[in-house]
Design a protein around this ligand. Structure first.
Ligand SMILES: *Cc1c(COP(=O)(O)O)cnc(C)c1O
Length: 390
């Protein structure tokens, strides 16, 4: 039998041990963690909607109308009017005929992939796809093939060689640890050439990219060509949950076959009401999105001025590559002492040797807060200017 304590000790030695910190209060981007007040640069609340008074008020109204919980799965008695209206509004915003709510993004990905492919079929996934997409591919029973990050040529070779009749290509729309956007137009071409279906997980693009924040597929205006669009509602939308958008036939298939949809309790209806308020703001308050994009530009120019190693990211996710796990951890600790929550992301979440600080920006930050973070980054870097003249 495996010795759990010895395994844990080994993780600690590798600087791979993960532990949680307790958040006591949240006031915009200022949070209190284990008694320390810090500015949060680790949240996925890219538009600050989790704290928006309209969203909070809608949730409170929802609780008054429906109570605290849904009481059952969607196919039993858990599917409220609030859920139903939210689905219609999500379909309209994203430009698809229908949308289906899931309780989490993780569950949406497991349920969708395994409803669409199974034994004898093939799934093709970008090597940097989110863990839930990889797990969905694995539990589906289809043959899972991973291609190098955004490498269309390699993907096409794999598609060419595949003998499966059913081929599903799955990609993040915006890569969660790198912040870059998937080459969706090229992926669409690959699906047409090889008679495959494309699924995009837009957890980090929805609300941030595209007209009215409709996401990365809308950004490229490819709704007709991307049949399966998935996004989460706990990030830019600021609440919780996820959805899949697509054709009538796709959504009905998921209702019949997605096990993580069928066998789980529906989100509380009040959560759906909060999300309806949040969608309204996403659609109408373009200034909020513009502020975020201005922050992204400001941060990138400041960081590159300091010689920090940025990635090719036009989104709210702005990682700084450190390389070695222990150094990344040390920097994250120093930043925390300086008053900033910035997480260090280590393998296996990211490839070996690419440990990084994952900085995320929000429309709720001020320019001054970003400037102070840049100053702290400069002070915390063990070798701030090394290698920049190469
Ligand atoms: C966060 C995330 C998920 C999981 O969504 P949850 O609603 O948090 O379960 C799925 N895919 C990607 C790309 C994500 O970043």
């Amino acid at each position: 039998m495996r010795n759990l304590s010895a395994d844990l000790d080994a993780l600690k030695q590798q600087h791979r041990y993960r532990s949680r910190r307790v958040v006591d209060s949240i006031d915009g981007v200022e949070i209190t963690i284990d008694g320390n007040s810090v500015t949060n640069f680790s949240s996925n609340d890219y538009l600050g909607l989790s704290q928006h008074p309209d969203v909070i008020a809608a949730m409170q109204r929802g609780v008054k109308q429906y109570g605290a919980g849904s009481g059952a799965a969607h196919l039993i008695t858990g599917h409220s009017r609030a859920h139903h209206q939210l689905e219609e509004e999500l379909a309209e915003l994203t430009g698809y005929p229908r949308a289906l709510l899931f309780s989490t993004g993780y569950m949406a990905n497991l349920g969708t992939i395994s409803a669409l492919v199974g034994r004898g079929d093939a799934v093709f996934e970008d090597r940097l796809n989110h863990a839930s997409l990889i797990d969905g591919g694995l539990i589906s029973g289809a043959r899972l093939q991973r291609y190098p990050h955004s490498d269309i040529h390699s993907l096409c070779n794999k598609l060419e060689a595949s003998k499966s009749a059913e081929k599903l290509i799955v990609t993040d729309g915006v890569f969660s640890m790198d912040g870059d956007i998937a080459p969706l137009p090229d992926l669409v071409k690959a699906t047409t050439r090889h008679d495959a279906r494309l699924m995009v997980d837009d957890a980090h693009g929805f609300g941030v990219l595209g007209k009215e924040g409709a996401g990365s597929v809308a950004h490229f205006m490819l709704q007709e060509e991307v049949p399966i669009y998935m996004a989460t509602l706990g990030k830019a939308a600021g609440v919780s949950g996820a959805f899949v958008a697509g054709s009538e036939a796709l959504i009905e298939t998921l209702i019949q076959r997605a096990r993580s949809y069928i066998y789980t309790t529906a989100l509380p209806p009040a959560v759906a009401e909060a999300l309806r308020a949040s969608l309204k703001i996403i659609r109408s308050d373009s200034e909020r999105r513009e502020r975020l994009h201005a922050h992204i530009k400001h941060f990138r120019s400041g960081a590159s001025g300091l010689g920090l190693q940025l990635m090719n990211s036009p989104t709210a996710i702005q990682p700084i590559i450190i390389g070695d796990d222990a150094t990344a951890m040390k920097m994250s600790h120093r930043l925390f002492e300086a008053g900033f929550a910035v997480s260090a992301i280590r393998p296996p979440t990211v490839p070996e040797g690419s440990a990084r600080l994952r900085i995320t920006l929000s429309a709720s930050h001020t320019t001054e807060q970003i400037d102070r973070l840049l100053e702290a980054l400069q002070k915390c870097s063990p070798t701030p200017m090394e290698g920049t003249d190469a």
